[in-house]
Design a protein around this ligand. Structure first.
Ligand code: SF4
Length: 380
């Protein structure tokens, strides 16, 4: 039977962080119930279209899924279990802001079937958390991390960020040290990107916040890669590190361009060779009440050319790289026939390395990955 992933979007947060451009809204408690009702309807309808598929991974993301009550979350998970065929060993992840996951809720989540928790802490220093507009302190994170362990979460990811305004190299080292002392199974480490439309962007425009210079950004990244390796975290993607056997199955689905369905507001899907996404308009989504509110104009069949480009961009993000054989299996043409010139150029420049039957980015290639990816775009 074919396997797929499910992504469930919960577009609510207690309060928006100042750097965040994810589709989520703060202070909308009044909409939670109606949203969950519409989402349940969508889950049911989509499930009817996926009778021949087995779900190997479910990811509740956001937003902050844990702003919902345990009753609402239980309803959603139950509806998924009733509507889709779920593998017995499915990875079932929920993202949690450390300020929204007290012990009782963590215990309820574990009991209802979530077996992986992803906590966004971002930094160890309260002054940086406050600069970012996070709603929690580091003490709350520590307390709730330990509680999650106590109630049985044996697979926890922690998100951290570098290149933050006023963050020093020492701050970053401390964050890495303290987080690894907690021994989570997985760590995601992202460089802050200032996105247009966020309060951070306005502050940078006005000169009220200073951007981290490129040299410090790279120094922090290289330090993290070496430090995490020393602590037993294997880097398996540009920004992701895991203990052996603890790579996120859900992320792998995205990077290996395997099929997944996105459920909920603005959620993206790649399914049956098509890419599409739901509306970003919350009221429209709720009013549609599960009528599969896809933006039709975005429901596009992925062309062979676009599929090849994605295969290369996403595959090269993984430290494992992309396999010549898998490329041929997928597209019935040799990778070198399509990309021979780009590959040999990057091998010569030391941005790619060829091992066995694969190519992968070198450390320098990772630093210049945006430049590399551009060369994998194909002419019309
Ligand atoms: S908690 Fe996450 S999704 Fe919500 S505003 Fe902050 S960064 Fe964005």
């Amino acid at each position: 039977m074919k396997t797929m992933g499910l992504y469930v979007h919960i577009p609510f947060c207690k309060k928006k962080c100042l750097y965040c451009d994810f589709p989520s809204f703060g202070n909308l408690e009044g909409k939670y119930e109606e949203y969950v009702c519409a989402l349940e309807q969508e889950i049911e309808r989509r499930g009817l279209l996926c009778r021949n598929w087995q779900v190997s991974s479910i990811f509740f993301g956001g937003g902050t899924p844990t702003v919902l009550s345990k009753e609402l979350l239980a309803r959603l998970l139950l509806k998924i279990k009733e509507s889709f065929l779920i593998s017995a060993d499915a990875e079932i992840t929920i993202e949690a802001n450390p300020g929204t996951i007290e012990k009782e809720k963590a215990e309820a989540l574990r009991k209802m079937g979530f077996n992986r928790l992803s906590m966004g802490v971002q930094a160890w220093q309260n002054r940086l958390l406050s600069t970012l507009g996070r709603i929690h302190t580091i003490e709350e994170f520590q307390y709730n991390f330990q509680n999650a362990r106590k109630v049985g979460f044996e697979n926890i990811n922690v998100d951290i960020m570098f290149a933050l305004p006023t963050q020093t190299f020492e701050d970053w080292k401390e964050t890495l040290e303290k987080i690894t002392e907690l021994n989570p199974e997985h760590i995601s480490a992202y460089s802050l990107i200032i996105e247009e439309g966020t309060p951070f962007y306005d502050k940078f425009q006005k000169g009220e916040l200073l951007e981290t210079d490129e040299e410090l950004d790279r120094k922090m990244y290289h330090y993290a890669v070496a430090f995490l390796a020393e602590k037993g975290y294997q880097q398996y993607e540009i920004s992701n590190f895991a203990k052996i056997g603890r790579q996120s199955r859900h992320n792998q689905i995205y990077w290996q361009t395997e099929p997944y369905l996105g459920l909920g507001l603005g959620a993206h899907s790649y399914f049956n060779g098509n890419r599409f996404h739901n509306t970003y308009d919350l009221d429209k989504y709720i009013l549609a009440n599960g009528e599969i509110p896809i933006l039709e104009e975005e429901n596009i069949a992925v062309t062979k050319k676009a599929a090849m480009e994605e295969f290369m961009f996403l595959g090269l993000r993984r430290t494992d790289g992309v396999s010549f054989e898998k490329f041929f299996e997928r597209f019935e043409v040799e990778m070198t026939e399509v990309y021979g010139k780009a590959i040999s150029g990057f091998l010569e420049q030391g941005l790619l390395v060829q091992t066995d039957q694969k190519i992968a980015l070198t450390q320098r290639g990772i630093d210049l990955s945006n430049l590399v990816f551009v060369e994998f775009l194909l002419d019309e």
